[in-house]
Design a protein around this ligand. Sequence first.
Ligand SMILES: Nc1nc2c(ncn2[C@@H]2O[C@H](COP(=O)(O)OP(=O)(O)OP(=O)(O)O)[C@@H](O)[C@H]2O)c(=O)[nH]1
Ligand SMILES: [Zn+2]
Length: 354
Amino acid sequence: MTSLTSYGWNTHFEQHFLTYQAQGLEPGRITAIEGFRHKLITANGTADAMLSGALMNGADNWDLPKVGDWVALKAYDNEGIIVSVLPRINELSRKMPGRTTEKQVIATNIDTAFIVQGLDRDFNPMRLQRYIVQIMQCDIQPVVLLNKQDLVADPESYRREVIALGYECPVLLLSATGHEGLQEWAAEHLLTGKTYVLIGSSGVGKSTLVNALLGYRLQEEGAVSDFNHKGKHTTVSRNLVRLPSGAMLIDSPGMREFGVTLGSDDQGMNYHPLLAALSAACRFHDCTHRHEPGCAVAAAVRDGELPREVYESYLKISREQAHYQTDSVERKRVERQFGKIAKQVVQHRKQRKY
Ligand SMILES: Nc1nc2c(ncn2[C@@H]2O[C@H](COP(=O)(O)OP(=O)(O)OP(=O)(O)O)[C@@H](O)[C@H]2O)c(=O)[nH]1
Ligand SMILES: [Zn+2]
C-alpha cells in the first residue's frame, strides 16, 4: 500500500472524492502523461490509465488531467479509466505560445515553483520577473534558482541583482554539476509531502538538478545523449518524481515563452510589495502608472526608490494582460454566439424532423 498522504493527498481532495468513493472509484495522482497514457500513483502502487470518453469529449483542454492532478479512477489491476479530475488547489499556467491567447496548464496542485536560470548565458532579469509575476498570480510561491554558478567569477553579484528587484521570493545559487548549494536548497525548500515544479528555458540544468537530487538518472542529460539529432537532449515530457526526502518534484520541458494570463482577481500586478504599496498612494485608485498626474509609482521610479527594471517589467506585463483580457472576452463572445447558432440548428432540425 502506498500512503496517498505522502503524495500530497489531503482533506480538500478527500472531501471532493466522497461522491466518487460511493461509486466504487479510486483516487490517483497523475505522475506523467505520454500521449493518451496517463501514469498514476494510487494506494495500490502505480497504474496506467486512459481518459473516459465523456472526459475526452466534454472538457476544455485545460480541464483535462495534467501532471499533479488528483483524479477519480475506475481501476482494473494496474490499468484504469480516468473518470474525473478532482478540483485543483491551483494550476501553474501560461499563455499558450504564439499569437493565440489561450491558457495552457503546465502542472497542478503545486506548493512552490522553482524558476531556474543558468548564469552562463540564460540570466535575464526581465524574463525572470515575468516568471515571478505569472507564478504568483497562479497562487504559487516562486523561488529563484541561479544555476551554473561555477561558470561565473562573481555569482553573488547576480544574486544581489535579483534580490535588489525587491520581489518577495528566495534566491539561491547552485551548481547542479558541482553539487554546490544542493543541500541548503533541499533542506529549506524541498519538504516532505509538498509538490514542487522546475521551470525555465532549455539547457539551464533542470534535469541535471533532478538527477542530482535523486542520485540516479531519470532523464538522460544534455551532454550525454543525442536525442533530437542536434547533439542535444531536451526534456520532452513532464514527470512527477518523489525525492528520497519525500518531496515531490515535477520537471518540465524547457520553455521558450512564458506568457502571462490573467490573475484570479483580475487586479493586474500587485505582486511587487513596493509597487503595491505605492499604487495605494496614487491620486487615482485605478491608476495605470503610465501617464496619470499624481502617480506615486512614476514618482518613485524618478526618485530611484523603485528599480526601473521593475517598472519596465510592470508596463510590459500589464500591456500583455490587457491584450489577453480583450482577446479572451472576444473569444467567449464568439463561442457564445456559436453555441446559440448550434442550438437553433438543432431546434430547426427537430421541427422539420430530419
Ligand atoms: N557547468 C555547469 N553545467 C551545468 C550545470 N547544470 C547543468 N549543466 C549542463 O548544462 C547542460 C543542460 O542541462 P540539462 O539538465 O539537460 O538542462 P535542462 O534544463 O533539463 O534542459 P531541457 O531538458 O532542454 O529543458 C548539460 O550539459 C549539463 O551538464 C552546472 O551547474 N554547471
Ligand atoms: Zn500610479
